[in-house]
Design a protein around this ligand. Structure first.
Ligand code: ADP
Ligand code: MG
Length: 253
């Protein structure tokens, strides 16, 4: 999509678990060529917000538009096929399978229209197309030469990038990353940041949840700060960092 094109519009998202309001009337947008970061204390509702946008959790109320199309209520696989890809807070690779197989299998499980048949149940041409897409995604993130290594043999930073390749397999316009820098070494964070800047440059819209403020402030174009399920404020990194309410709720100490 052309830079600035509206990719995601979340309106008055609400999610309750019994009496707990986990997400309380949150609204935000993500445009092509933009990195937006969702920050806030543990339990603020960030992962739940991701789950609402990607169809993993059911909205109590609110709307989600992807490139102008309402997707609230659609199953997660349908939303993935409409261009919204994600990674999860914890690495979900199969350690003993090769990097390439992990990327192909993950893309298949997410994108498949029918019931999950498993990669081995695909017919020849379908499987070949899947592996070609997986190889292209690995090349795109710079890990093409690691394709035959067991995924479990890679460093954590590379495993995170394999997960991003898996998300890229379906050719998304929007990428949601839940704590991609968590637990990474300094050099790995730099490599991840470089990759995300390149993907932004290619026109992707990126929404990420992240606790590492140095990483976020250096990368994000805009921050949305959540606290107790609600939006505390939104703005450019410099304005958020100097907002007294944000300092008190999250950045202080
Ligand atoms: P964050 O990602 O910002 O740390 P979460 O979205 O994981 O926060 O959680 C927000 C709140 O919703 C927390 O109080 C959490 O305990 C609660 N919550 C999340 N998922 C569920 C669930 N499936 N059932 C009940 N409560 C949940
Ligand atoms: Mg979370």
């Amino acid at each position: 999509a052309a830079p600035g094109t509206l990719l995601l519009e979340a309106t008055a998202l609400r999610k309750t678990f019994g009496g707990l309001v986990a997400v309380n009337d949150i609204g935000f947008s993500v445009r092509a060529g933009e990195v937006v970061a969702l920050i806030g204390p543990n339990g603020a509702g960030k992962s739940t917000t991701f789950n609402l946008v990607t169809g993993v959790a059911r909205l109590t109320a609110g709307g989600v538009r992807l490139s102008g199309r309402e997707v609230a209520g659609l199953p997660a696989r349908a939303i993935a096929r409409l261009g919204c890809a994600r990674t999860f807070q914890h690495v979900k690779l199969v350690a003993g399978m090769s990097v390439l197989e992990n990327v192909a299998l993950g893309a298949h499980l997410r994108g498949s229209a029918g019931p999950v048949r498993g990669a081995l149940g695909l017919d020849g041409p379908e499987e070949a197309a899947l592996f070609a897409a997986a190889q292209a995604a690995l090349d795109r993130v710079g890990l093409g030469s690691a394709r035959d290594l067991p995924a479990g043999s890679l460093a954590l930073g590379q495993q995170r990038i394999v997960e991003i390749a898996r998300a890229l397999c379906l050719g998304p316009s929007l990428l949601l990353l839940d704590e991609p820098a968590a637990g990474l070494r300094h050099r790995e964070k730099q490599a991840l940041g470089d990759l995300l800047r390149r993907l932004r440059q290619e026109g992707l819209g990126i929404l990420l949840v992240e606790h590492d403020m140095d990483f976020v402030m250096a990368l994000a174009d805009r921050l949305v700060v959540m606290n107790f399920g609600a939006k505390l404020c939104e703005g450019a990194p410099a304005s958020v960092r100097s907002n007294p309410a944000v300092v008190e709720a999250y950045l202080g100490s």
